[in-house]
Design a protein around this ligand. Structure first.
Ligand code: SF4
Length: 227
């Protein structure tokens, strides 16, 4: 069953109200995005509700070139402001004792250096971090609440937490959102090139990230949560 237009409108209304409340309270908001196909409904909603909210996008140095080009084209199409972030530690200082980049031997530390650490200064200078995690993506996300505390006194706001994959699909179809270009090649969950495989049709689409490893998150949604 496809989500009805009324259901989508009903799901967007609380987001509108929440953003207005944050704005009225003088909160400094920002969003983050990985510019995957399933990230686009949130960006599209933000562009329609308040396109002054900056969208931070971390170029880890390992992203597919298609993702970088796609992010630029979506920013122009939606009229949103993307602010690029880069890792603070150069890759030459990201080598393990074998001289290999950390993604092979210590992916958690690699994610810390390239994804978590670059976001720290942004957290320090804002009050509300809007990010599009969904509860149906994995158990860690399922356990989250709509609002969670983050480091540096920041509040995490998860407007899509209760959206389902079906709603994401219905919203994308309703507004004709262009998918990430690698989706047609069989990639459904797309992050850094060394840690992304094509979807093998086996369970959750996020299984195609860090395939074969005991790792499901990059740290943004584990380390940057304060219980
Ligand atoms: S996803 Fe892989 S390459 Fe990207 S930061 Fe994490 S471990 Fe490193």
């Amino acid at each position: 069953m496809v989500a009805a237009a009324d259901d989508l409108d009903a799901a967007i209304e609380p987001i509108r109200a929440k953003l207005a409340a944050y704005r009225a309270a003088g909160k400094r908001m920002f969003a983050t995005s990985s510019f995957q196909s399933h990230s686009l409904p949130l960006l599209h909603i933000l562009s329609r509700l308040d396109n002054s909210i900056p969208v931070y996008f971390t170029n880890t140095g390992f992203l597919f070139p298609e993702t970088l080009a796609f992010a630029d084209s979506i920013a122009e199409e939606y009229g949103i402001r993307i602010i690029g972030l880069k890792p603070l530690v150069p890759k030459i200082h990201q080598l393990d004792h074998h001289g290999h980049l950390y993604f092979a031997s210590d992916p958690d530390y690699c994610c810390f250096l390239n994804k978590v650490q670059p976001l720290e200064p942004v957290l320090m200078s804002h009050d509300v971090w809007i990010n599009g995690i969904r509860g149906d993506q994995n158990d860690n996300r399922k356990a989250m609440r709509e609002e969670e505390r983050a480091p540096h006194g920041t509040l995490r706001y998860h407007p899509m937490l209760n959206w389902t994959a079906r709603m994401i699909h219905a919203y994308s179809k309703r507004y004709g959102l262009r998918p990430h270009p690698l989706e047609a090649a069989g990639y459904l969950s797309i992050g850094c090139e060394p840690c992304t495989t094509k979807f093998l049709g086996d369970g959750n689409e996020r299984n195609s990230r860090w395939f074969g490893m005991n790792k499901t998150e990059c740290g943004l949604h584990t380390e940057l949560v304060q219980k």
